[in-house]
Design a protein around this ligand. Sequence first.
Ligand SMILES: *[C@@H]1O[C@H](CO)[C@@H](O)[C@H](O)[C@H]1NC(C)=O
Ligand SMILES: *[C@@H]1O[C@H](CO)[C@@H](O)[C@H](O)[C@H]1NC(C)=O
Ligand SMILES: *[C@@H]1O[C@H](CO)[C@@H](O)[C@H](O)[C@H]1NC(C)=O
Ligand SMILES: *[C@@H]1O[C@H](CO)[C@@H](O)[C@H](O)[C@H]1NC(C)=O
Ligand SMILES: *[C@@H]1O[C@H](CO)[C@@H](O)[C@H](O)[C@H]1NC(C)=O
Ligand SMILES: *[C@@H]1O[C@H](CO)[C@@H](O)[C@H](O)[C@H]1NC(C)=O
Ligand SMILES: *[C@@H]1O[C@H](CO)[C@@H](O)[C@H](O)[C@H]1NC(C)=O
Length: 561
Amino acid sequence: MASKILAFLLLFLPFELLHHSNAQSWIQSGFWRTNSVIAASEVNSALFTHLICAFADVDNSTYQLSIPSSDVSIFSNFTDSVKRKNPSIVTLLSIWAGQAQTYQSTFGQIPNSTVLSSMASQPSHRKSFIESSIKTAKLFGFHGLDLSWVWPSTASDLINLGTLLEEWRAAINSESRNSNKTRLILTMKVPYVPTLHSVSYPVDSIRRNLDWANVVAYDYYVSTRVNFTGAHAALYDPSSNISTDFGIREWTRKGLPASKLVLGLPYHGHAWRLVNPDENGVGAPASRSGLTSDGSMSYWYIKFYIRRFSNGAAKLYNATYVVNYYTFGANWIGYDDVETIKAKVSYAKEKKLLGYFVSQVSNDENGVLSLAAAQKDVEDNQNKRLLMIILLPIAMVIFILGFMLCYLRRWVLKSKGNESLSNSDAPNLQVFRFADIVVATNNFSIENKLGEGGCGPVYKAYDLWKDGKGMEFMDPSLDDEFSSCKLMTCMQVALLCVQEKPADRPSMLEVSSMLKNETAAMVMPKRPGFSIKTDEDERNNSGLQQVICSNEATVSQILPQ
Ligand SMILES: *[C@@H]1O[C@H](CO)[C@@H](O)[C@H](O)[C@H]1NC(C)=O
Ligand SMILES: *[C@@H]1O[C@H](CO)[C@@H](O)[C@H](O)[C@H]1NC(C)=O
Ligand SMILES: *[C@@H]1O[C@H](CO)[C@@H](O)[C@H](O)[C@H]1NC(C)=O
Ligand SMILES: *[C@@H]1O[C@H](CO)[C@@H](O)[C@H](O)[C@H]1NC(C)=O
Ligand SMILES: *[C@@H]1O[C@H](CO)[C@@H](O)[C@H](O)[C@H]1NC(C)=O
Ligand SMILES: *[C@@H]1O[C@H](CO)[C@@H](O)[C@H](O)[C@H]1NC(C)=O
Ligand SMILES: *[C@@H]1O[C@H](CO)[C@@H](O)[C@H](O)[C@H]1NC(C)=O
């Protein structure tokens, strides 16, 4: 039994740790837009595993990808640019029908993509779109494709989306087979819950056909829609279901495994104007902010604004919602700062999600947030590595010890079994008695440690044995008055085993033969090494003696099975 546990520990513990510290299995991705304030080559791509170049458009008549002529050179240089700081970076091209009209939803002002809706509805449109997307990705050197359809608006859109993903994946697989090249990655943005206007997302198709889904876990509240200060990317919400945690649980409940979910981290916040500046918590009455046109602000602009115009208002953190906010005068800005980002990355790991994506990379201030998110990862990996360095040798030692003890035990049992076929009880009894005495010796030493110091009872046992009163030392539970000579033999062997000089201690072979009474004359034990009456020199070795004591404890562990 013990050996099985030990083998399990040895075989699976390091494997588990290795498995979890495998960097490739953790996605750290980010959206970068062609109109960003920082060029692709300036992005610190070392903080990411994947970067997503956004956006390619869709032509409203041919349904092929269309890339604005001004963006062509940026797209074609993107992969090479970001590879300079991180040669193993993986790049994706994101598709969004950006020119679509917009409409109001629970998520605020969002595009109603009639182009994508129409594309997904017809087999010939889908075919044109899919072929063109694969060709474009290959042409510009991207490793994958992302669909940013925010959001399908009807039940039929969602059904068509399921079909689109099915056909898209089949085309990507077949392209990979034909070209003998690594197949393209396929991902898409999904809302924080798997339901839109009470219609369910095609979860099954998503699970089968996407490499992962990017969960848009932000913009839950915007100042143009609600008249209270909202935690727009709340991780938790005690009073409603509009929270990231609820959404993630819903996705997994509907059948999308956590390992297919990548958590969205917003690099922007939303501002409100407080009705009463003294009432400034999350959920306080408020109206539209005048700070920006729609109240949304990038992280770097929030930081800039605070420094420039508000005498460095103090940053607040609400751990109930997991949100940072600033409040100054009647202004209130809710956003994700370093604490929030770190808490969310921890959450993603805890829930065994596949990773995170940031939206968008260039809204960061000198990479502070990306560093916080990635640093978290580095810390966790370091902890795991440290844990492995400590646990692996311990597991090895435990395993080797366990193996030796199991081997010895089997050896003792086996040799006894060979001897006395006539008396089937005897061999086991003797082994158990020997074990009991060792256990008893240990128990005495533990109980009397304070009173007599170290292994005094062994010394006591020796004195009793020497005076022929060994039975007084025996634990009454052994209750074996009829075979006291056997017990005395065991005690003698036990005392021999704790002799001070290693040369005086019997080998396991000798122990076995002594227990079998093979040797007529047994060696007489001398005063054991575990005496409190040691002289100064020996006291210096007390550390060693403690180790020997605790070795006994290990020996006694496997025997009373
Ligand atoms: C298609 O897009 C072009 C420009 O991109 C626009 O002028 C035209 O009105 C659009 N057509 C439809 C039907 O939306
Ligand atoms: C893209 O790369 C080409 C050559 O490789 C270069 O001439 C061009 O200026 C680059 N464009 C950008 C936007 O960096
Ligand atoms: C989206 O656009 C389509 C086509 O114009 C329209 O039928 C539909 O009602 C729109 N959806 C919303 C939510 O506005
Ligand atoms: C495909 O690639 C592999 C190695 O990358 C090579 O061994 C194989 O011959 C290639 N097959 C074809 C049909 O090109
Ligand atoms: C703000 O809330 C009040 C009371 O709930 C409501 O009557 C009002 O219409 C809301 N204002 C806006 C702009 O939504
Ligand atoms: C949240 O969702 C659960 C079920 O998923 C439902 O029972 C509950 O009523 C919802 N709560 C709110 C406040 O909508
Ligand atoms: C977070 O905000 C809510 C609402 O304003 C408040 O009730 C709660 O106590 C706050 N939690 C923390 C930890 O500050």
